[in-house]
Design a protein around this ligand. Structure first.
Ligand SMILES: Nc1nc2c(ncn2[C@@H]2O[C@H](COP(=O)(O)OP(=O)(O)OP(=O)(O)O)[C@@H](O)[C@H]2O)c(=O)[nH]1
Ligand SMILES: [Mg+2]
Length: 426
């Protein structure tokens, strides 16, 4: 996981806790706090690596190689009977999962051998750092692989290097949903069964050729060689862990980008509604007039009686008039809130291609401006400076999360591009 994606949930938590500490009871803010908690939870959830393959292909040995403990029972006779989930915990523990989903701790001294217990699944918790990033599910050969891929983030298919990628394996893999290919690894066990380096290279290349597009990588391991004094690195444990780590980092990065997008939208929505009940009574009338005015401009755009750049310009000019009325000097003076128009001429970029996207952008801008005006009309409501300060803090956090600065920068670039294209066509 990159540093940025590791720190992001922490940043969200800090923002959320500070918002809670403001003690402001505001519906929009409460909604934002709840949303942030949900995003954090998703970001913190460890990824799940699911180990699949035909019977005796080395699934349990590969799982063992990944956790590096020599702890799971592997044998040609005693197959894995139930799924075994390996998760992180500060101290080791084993649980049996009953058919009704309840978990029972079963690692006390007087318990039976694990394989004899009538559980639906086993969960083994271990204090291994790597398991914080991804948990591992070792699967039994008797079950349909499709039942395990539903909540898999990374799928590992185990095959035996000396007879790898049989017709039945090919069929079983192609029966799984296509999306499994995206973060899949083909692991060939029994690398020690190949005599020379040439053989290893040949099998690796052959497997890559046969499964092109179906796996992100092919890794050969000696999953037996790492146990009892064996050299884990020699056995391919490092290569395997690195390959999984690469996939995990990619997924974590994508998750974070998605989360950032959701947080920006959530915070922007919050900003649009935050403090609706807290405006100065004498400004209510003005705000209503602004809203009617803005709605009228959006309507003109909708009816194609005004272009997107014209609408934006009209909105900004109207905004400036109302802002000036609410707080004289705010637009003409050097108050930061008035920075909106001044950035309008920066590096040109294109307008959104589709009209619907442009119209959405304009609607969002109108709501942003309403939020800004509400800020101007609410500022001096509170006699208590401490409460006012908390509103300031909450707004600052929401605005940072919403990246409104970035949004206005983008708008400025768009306005720049529209002027350039207008000049060109003139
Ligand atoms: N020499 C050698 N033996 C291996 C390797 N990987 C697994 N084995 C052995 O192959 C047998 C089966 O390995 P398991 O890890 O239990 O295979 P599995 O896929 O979990 O088996 P099931 O759960 O029954 O489907 C065991 O005896 C392992 O010790 C390997 O890379 N080299
Ligand atoms: Mg097994």
């Amino acid at each position: 996981m990159s540093r940025a994606s590791a720190q992001y949930p922490e940043r969200l938590r800090a923002a959320r806790e500070r918002l809670i500490a403001t003690n402001i009871n505001d519906a929009a803010l409460n909604y934002c706090i709840e949303g942030l908690a949900r995003v954090e939870e998703v970001l913190r959830r460890p990824l799940r690596v699911v180990i699949l393959g035909e019977n005796n292909s080395g699934k349990t040995s590969v799982t063992d190689l990944l956790i590096g403990q020599g702890l799971l029972p592997t044998s040609v006779v005693s197959n894995t009977h139930v799924p075994v989930l390996i998760t992180y915990a500060e101290s080791a523990a084993i649980y049996g999962v009953n058919y009704d989903g309840t978990e029972i701790r079963i690692d006390s001294d007087d318990d039976d051998a694990l394989t004899d217990l009538p559980y639906r699944a086993l969960q083994i918790a271990l204090p291994i750092e790597r398991l914080k990033t991804y948990q591992i599910l070792d699967t039994p050969p008797s079950a349909n692989p499709a039942t395990f891929v539903g909540d898999a983030d990374i799928v590992v298919w185990c095959t035996v290097a000396t007879r790898a990628w049989t017709e039945s394996e090919r069929a079983a893999w192609s029966a799984l949903p296509q999306r499994c290919n995206r973060n899949a690894l083909l692991v060939a066990t029994h690398k020690d069964g190949l005599d020379t380096q040439d053989d290893i290279t040949y099998v690796t290349e052959r497997l890559k050729g046969l499964t092109r597009g179906q796996f992100r990588d092919v890794v050969l391991v000696d999953a037996e060689g790492a146990g009892e004094g064996g050299d884990a690195s020699q056995a391919g444990a490092d290569v395997l862990r690195e390959a999984i780590q690469r996939l995990a980092s990619d997924i974590a990065e994508r998750r974070m980008q998605k989360a950032e997008k959701i947080v920006r939208r959530l915070a922007r929505l919050t900003f649009h509604h935050f403090g609706s009940d807290e405006v100065r009574p004498e400004t209510v009338e003005l705000l209503i007039r602004w809203e009617i005015h803005a709605r009228h401009l959006l309507e003109l755009l909708k009816q194609n009686r005004q272009s997107v750049p014209e609408t934006i310009e009209a909105l900004l000019v109207t905004y400036a008039v109302y802002a000036e009325k609410l707080r004289p000097g705010v637009v003409r003076g050097d108050d930061t809130i008035a920075g909106v128009t001044s950035r309008a001429l920066t590096t040109p970029i294109r307008w959104p291609q589709q009209n619907t996207a442009a119209a959405r952008l304009v609607r969002t801008l109108a709501s942003d401006l309403t939020g800004l005006l509400r800020m101007l009309s609410g500022h001096s409501t509170f006699a208590d400076p401490a409460v006012r300060a908390e509103y300031h803090v909450a707004r600052a956090i929401v605005l940072t999360l919403a990246d409104l600065d970035g949004a206005f920068d983008a708008l400025g670039r768009m306005l720049g591009s529209s002027l350039v294209s207008e000049q060109r066509s003139a």
